[in-house]
Design a protein around this ligand. Sequence first.
Ligand code: GAP
Length: 508
Amino acid sequence: MLKGDDVFKKIIGHAKEYGFIFQSSEIYDGLSAVYDYGQNGSALKNNIKDYWWKSMVQFHENIVGIDSAIFMHPTVWKASGHVDAFNDPLIDNKDSKKRYRADVLIEDHVAKLEEKINKEVQKAAKRFGESFDEKMFRETNPRVVANREKIDGIMKRFVSSLEAEDLKDVKALIEELEIACPVSGSKNWTDVRQFNLMFSTQMGSLSEDTNQIFLRPETAQGIFVNYLNVQKTGRMKIPFGIAQIGKAFRNEIVARQFIFRMREFEQMEMQFFVRPGEEKQWYEYWKENRMKWHKSLGMPDDVYRFHDHDKLAHYANAAADIEFEFPFGFKELEGIHSRTDFDLGAHQKFSGKKLQYFDPETNESYVPYVVETSIGLDRMFLAILSHAYNEETLDDGSQRVVMNLPPMLAPYKVAVLPLMKKDGLAEKAREVMDNLKYDFMCAYEEKDAIGRRYRRQDAIGTPYCITIDHQTLEDNTVTIRERDTMQQERIHKDEVKRVVMERTGYKR
Ligand code: GAP
């Protein structure tokens, strides 16, 4: 994968130029941190959704899917803790007037110390060669040990100040670490303040004093409030899961990095209801299962890593992120959270309705515990897009930009290209297209030289191009060109469907 700020800018430019992503309301100069998906972007996004949905719902007999409303009763957000605790600690730099999340400033500082440690380890590994014992080095090298102790000290203090809501100490820590504003370079900071991330609006039909409702900041609560409906009507037996894909909204103050952090985004979440006491084992199961899902997309193993949380959200007793190496570094892609019985327990209390499960195996009733998997669809899109983007110099010295998208996710599976319009080639190509279009998204192009048409398909990631030439008229064979290798083979036109299906379908 190509890395760096320049590459990231190119990816953003490419995403616009080829109809993947546009700035929202662009003709009015855009709306910050809100984006629209274009013709190729929405196709890729739908394919990611479909793969996730099939992997979670269709391939698991004990997981079902729902689609709950974005608007929910306002008490839902009181019960879930979002009204009181869904806050970001923010700090402003007085010189640049830029606003930052205090936790991100501290985490970035810690990441720099981690980087120093890693450089030290890499240098030593080079110096000692095969005899290098990394574990021993990390435990004994004075510089590494000192930096590790610094990191542990910072994280411990930071977590305890946040937990104690001691925002003065968070500011003191930023000052002691001499963290400077990346824009102005100054250390002239305001106090740290908490800022609630939920968007609110008014609903006319509710009475005056309770007419404020929220745009959901996570899809999970729609699952929790429907837990009993689904369990009873689906006759679900614990352990079982409920999955959902849908929009979520957060008034992100520091909205950065294209579609990485948006104000309106989509989540793919699954709540897995388990027996109390069995949550840790299911938490480990889902961590592994979700990592496997990511790796099934064919990106290299080293672009993923786990990050176990030190500071837990108000609802969790264990949490980890699956991080992905974006062009701007490793960042959170998906969260796996052991949410205990916090949510169902809170909804039971606030609604006055019993949300229990009678377990026929143990003859007991209990509020189930929940393990959640939660992935941002847009972030997954960005991970795939940024890994797929490649610039190549070909043997003849020419350049091509190719999107090496996983074939099963590509917007178009196949492009049908008559070598030329005349001599009946276009009619023959239409015949081939008509035979494929009910099974795959197919592109059809007859304008421009064939080489340029190949490049256009490479740039949107179409895995196969079928070319119809004069030989096709004689013997009904076509060429099939593979995007990544650019190799071509000749096959019978009636074979195209089977070959494309085999090479672009889901792998078992
Ligand atoms: N229900 C749990 C939950 O919402 P989260 O860690 O806040 O947990 C889950 O969010 C995932 O949603 C993240 O891992 C990320 O992929 C995605 N996500 C969160 N905020 C986002 C934002 N502002 N823009 C895009 N994706 C976001």
